[in-house]
Design a protein around this ligand. Structure first.
Ligand code: DAH
Length: 352
């Protein structure tokens, strides 16, 4: 054993090392400082590692004793560091809690109240108007089969009129057999399958189309469908119902008009338009200077639809209509862009 080695091992004083570590840990004022101290005490240049390295030059009988001393000193230092870390963490947490303390009795503003979304409110108002006119409210599924959404509505497979709706299909069953309903008209079918005439019902609900959103279209929107089936129902009943509804919902200075159109499930068919609520009929950008805004379609139920659900067209006649709830909300609140209804910006919703 050389003199230098003897010196190194002699110099290792476990009690002193631990005592110094204890003092330094107590002096460390933050978790960060403690982390640094750990590096110093247990790192390459620390007394423990140095003593460990010197072990190689120590006589075997002494090496074991010294090795045990080093190990237990290291364990003690680790314990000291862990204890101090726990203390510092608790102190830090207490400080943070004090800093972030929120005195709730200081909050003078009462939390703001939420409200029903304008589209939902519009649906309820539309239902109210129709219930007042003697209609029942009926609902149907948003996931629909091809037969209810198209076929029973007088559009056999591959019928060109299916192109009027940009349809979203679900990967369920055979290809293109299940759709997200493109309109509320399939609920007419479900209702007539279930109940015999006379029928007076409105059917509100969500619909889906593969559409790019713009100022007047959103791909997830709402419609309200109407269906009347009774004896001796004529086109003038349809026109009268639509005009009564228009005045009741939009105000008596707003009128309706029906323009010839085509739908596979009605004959004759019409487009339902109302006086533009923004210019009151004078002509503006929103109505393309026409003074009228299209809300939806309507017509006399086609005998082929009655045939699909087993209603005798010789005995019963009826009319149907379907229009956009979101479009109604847009017109009633004079919204230049329908997309705000989907964006849910509270600053906008609060005004509606
Ligand atoms: N389902 C049609 C659509 O989404 C609207 C419609 C037109 C509904 C005529 C009807 C109707 O009930 O008779 O475009």
């Amino acid at each position: 054993m050389t003199g230098a080695d003897r010196h190194a091992s002699d110099a290792f004083d476990p009690a002193g090392t631990v005592a110094r570590a204890r003092q330094a840990a107590a002096d460390a004022g933050s978790l960060e400082a403690l982390g640094e101290l750990r590096g110093v005490l247990l790192g390459k240049r620390g007394e423990l590692v140095r003593a460990q390295r010197a072990l190689g030059g120590v006589a075997p009988e002494e090496r074991r004793r010294l090795g045990e001393q080093i190990n237990s000193a290291r364990a003690e230092v680790e314990e000291v560091l862990a204890a101090r870390q726990g203390q510092l963490r608790a102190e830090e947490r207490a400080r943070r809690l004090a800093e972030e303390r929120l005195d709730l009795t200081e909050v003078v503003d009462v939390p703001r109240r939420g409200r029903v979304h304008v589209v939902e409110r519009t649906r309820r108002q539309l239902e109210d108007v129709f219930v007042g006119m003697g209609f029942a409210v009926v609902e149907g599924p948003e996931v629909e089969d091809d037969w209810h959404n198209f076929e029973a509505l007088n559009m056999p497979i591959a019928h060109p009129a299916r192109g009027m709706w940009d349809t979203l299909y679900l990967e369920l069953g055979p290809p293109e057999s299940v759709v997200l309903r493109t309109h509320t008209s399939p609920v007419q079918i479900r209702l007539m399958q279930r109940e015999r005439p006379p029928v007076y019902a409105v059917m509100p609900g969500r619909c889906y189309r593969r559409d790019t959103p713009d100022a007047r279209h959103i791909p997830i929107f709402h419609q309200i469908e109407g269906l009347v089936v009774d004896k001796g129902i004529s086109f003038s009943d349809l026109a009268g119902t639509i005009e009564t509804f228009t005045g009741a919902y939009f105000g008596t200075d707003i009128h309706s008009r029906l323009r010839p159109s085509f739908f596979p499930f009605t004959e004759p068919s019409a487009e339902y338009e109302i006086t533009c609520t923004i210019c009151r009929g004078a002509g503006c950008r929103t109505c393309s200077q026409t003074g009228w805004i299209e809300l939806g379609g309507c017509g006399m139920v086609d005998p082929a639809v009655f045939a699909a659900v087993g209603v005798d067209p010789e005995e019963w006649t009826g009319f149907a209509f379907g229009f956009g709830i979101d479009r109604c909300a847009q017109m009633r609140h004079q919204l230049p862009d329908m997309r705000v209804l989907l964006e849910n910006d509270v600053r906008v919703l609060e005004q509606l």
